[in-house]
Ligand binder design. Sequence first.
Ligand code: SF4
Ligand code: SF4
Length: 353
Amino acid sequence: MIDGAQLLGKLRGWAEELGFSQIGVAGVDLGDAEPGLAAWLAAGHHGRMAYLARHGNKRARPAELVPGTVSVVTARMDYLPRSLDPGWQAIEWQRLDTPHAATVSLYARGRDYHKVLRARLQTLADRLAAEIGSFGHRVFTDSAPVLEVELAARSGLGWRGKHTLALSREGGSMFFLGELFVDLALPPTAAVEAHCGSCSACIDVCPTQAIVAPYRLDARRCISYLTIEHDGPIPLELRALIGNRIYGCDDCQLVCPWNKYAQRATLADFDARDALSDPTLLQLWAWSEAEFLQRTEGSAIRRIGYARWQRNLAVALGNALHAKDDAGIRAALQARRDGAAAMVQEHIDWALA
Ligand code: SF4
Ligand code: SF4
């Protein structure tokens, strides 16, 4: 009969073959994370992500979310595109400084990670079932009801950085997280020491000052939330601060010293698509809805829909215009105004004002 430690060893080998950089095991008692979660929700820092509040303490109680869960296998997968230039941070800062360029978060330039991670975690579960027989399990990745960073930190995949993301000495923070809830008793893996020390670079660099205190993010101010999750108008006072970030924001990670250890993906899935590697705002603004749907097929970007995509681009184009007036940008904004959704029209008017 195979014991827990041997099983973990096998899981590690399979996970590596599947493209994961590391796996760990967490127990299901996250009770001491509940007060922090409750305080964050009570402060309204989750913005309009009502689904986060809806799950309440279930998020901190894996065995309530999936009855029978005894252990959580945690996994991380590096995502930097394989062909990324060695000087990638400098290139990204340069892009952010170029008003007519469009910046898409690095993780979103390739295939939708939800699909990739979910499929590979399921394969991991299938291999385990082939070894020990069927068992109860459920796969999650970037899923609202799960306290992913908490589980990752407890199981030693990294520590929680002051920017609130998981951070590892071996891989920085440029990785995705996924979890396999299982009804098997596996030996938990140890947490690692935190290494943020006296650094506060992420807090200082944040364009919208969304990291309101170490380890505390006000999602309502975070550009990642505003450009992806938020479905209404972008608050006026934050628009200029968004610059040319049209999908997500990497600034707090770009500045983090640990990301000099960030690793390239091993999977081709995260290779950057040509249209998203180094586009200009006007190239993307020219996409019709049909083109948007076709070009973002299989990409996480498709999830935000065309109206939010245009809204984000209108803000960035407005910021480019404020940096330097440009007749081409004005004409392009005007040309799309009539057929646009009401929310997008308002952002176009703001951009042109
Ligand atoms: S993602 Fe951007 S806006 Fe959000 S906390 Fe990090 S630096 Fe700030
Ligand atoms: S930038 Fe500094 S404080 Fe922020 S997560 Fe990285 S090491 Fe920690």
